[in-house]
Write a protein that binds this ligand. Structure first.
Ligand code: NAD
Length: 347
């Protein structure tokens, strides 16, 4: 009998890639998703088109609905919890909703798991935002980017937590609860504090998913707004490398239960968001979108790079796909699957 996993947010960008992966590995997969995110309907149809009618169950429910979560969790061997309110900007406008989805929604998952006879593995998709503005880390300005002013290979798990913005607070509380359920109830849980993830099935917009947003804008020939000077640096991780990390955690979770890992492209996979990304997208697509500059967003980090050494040392994981290759794959996927994007006239 094959194993069953639940993927919350399974019609989202990360979730839908994960669902397809686990189906192909021979698992039975349950998805719980409210389809709140624009684009999740497209992923929903795509998942149904994969031909796993027997193995795939998609439950259209809200993570805030404890009874729905309880029944989705019943009897599963593992849970990848990726449903969430994902935008900092939205969280600032609607902090209660953000809290209820991200923090309370996670409690619903944890409590449902605790009531199982054999509690399943729970993997949380947390965020680097739990480290806040990392204000005390020295920064230097270079021609096309900011960089750390010391020799550090990035921000490690030792960095003090410093929740910034309602999104940071709600994800941060979820992160801490998930770790604590391993301590207090002995449930096998793992937290992945993820940096910027990008790739096919991502429908990024100005509020979240900037790599896909910029690539889509290039295709549509839409202008984009850069908040700040465009020299902000991020490490970026292609979705296949993240899926590989989830799979590694699934296989080795006994060794790492109750632990958090920083997951991103690390120092080898970084970009400044416009001064380096602009020329990159021009090399790939032959054009750069027009840009306007806006004020810095509050709390925006000049540099965020994940120190991914712990994931490498404990799990043998490291990213394989280079930035230029990954962005080209995203661009080509959009061209292939959504050719209408390039034909839209500033839509
Ligand atoms: N993409 C990244 O770069 C990144 C980085 C760090 C952390 N994360 C986290 O990873 C998770 C997945 O992110 P993503 O990029 O795939 O985002 P996404 O928006 O594509 O996916 C989130 C999914 O959750 C669903 N959802 C939203 N509210 C819901 C609710 N109330 N009940 C049930 N489902 C709901 C949406 O419909 C969507 O399908 C999120 O929790 C996010 O905070 C993402």
């Amino acid at each position: 009998m094959s194993q069953t996993i639940l993927i919350t947010g399974g019609c989202g960008f990360i979730g839908s890639n994960l669902v397809a992966f686990f189906l192909r590995q021979g698992f039975r997969v349950r998805v719980l998703d409210s389809l709140a995110r624009p684009g999740s309907e497209v992923n929903h149809l795509w998942l149904h088109s994969l031909g796993y009618d027997e193995e795939l169950t998609i439950i259209r429910s809200d993570i805030r609905d404890a009874a729905a979560v309880e029944s989705a969790v019943h009897g599963v061997d593992g849970i990848f919890h990726a449903a969430g309110q994902v935008a900092v900007t939205h969280s600032v406008l609607h902090p209660r909703e953000d809290f209820e989805i991200n923090a309370l929604g996670t409690i619903n998952v944890l409590e449902a798991a605790r009531r199982q006879r054999k509690p399943p593995l729970i993997v949380l998709t947390s965020t680097n935002k739990v480290y806040g503005a990392t204000r005390h880390v020295p920064i230097v300005e270079q021609e096309t980017r900011y960089m750390y002013g010391d020799e550090r290979p990035g921000i490690s798990e030792e960095q003090p937590l410093d929740f910034h913005s309602p999104y940071g607070c709600s994800k941060g509380s979820a992160d801490q609860y998930v770790l604590d359920y391993a301590r207090i109830y002995g449930i096998p849980t793992v937290v992945l504090r993820m940096s910027c993830i990008y790739g096919p099935r991502q429908f990024g917009n100005e509020d979240q998913g900037w790599v896909a947003h910029f690539v889509i804008s290039a295709l549509k020939r839409n202008p984009i707004t850069i908040f700040g000077d465009g020299k902000q640096v991020r490490d970026v991780l292609f979705i296949d490398d993240l899926i590989n990390m989830f799979w590694t955690v699934w296989q080795q979770h006994e060794h790492v239960a109750g632990e958090a890992f920083n997951i991103g492209g690390g120092p080898e996979h970084t970009l400044s968001i416009w001064r380096e990304f602009g020329p990159l997208i021009e090399r790939i697509s032959g054009q750069q979108p027009a840009v306007a500059y806006g004020d810095w967003r509050p709390g925006d980090q000049r540099v965020y790079i994940s120190d991914i050494r712990k994931a490498h040392e404990r799990l043998g994981w490291s990213p394989q796909i280079g930035v230029e290759e990954g962005v080209a794959r995203l661009y080509n996927w959009l061209l292939r699957e959504h050719p209408q994007l390039s034909q839209m006239d500033n839509a």
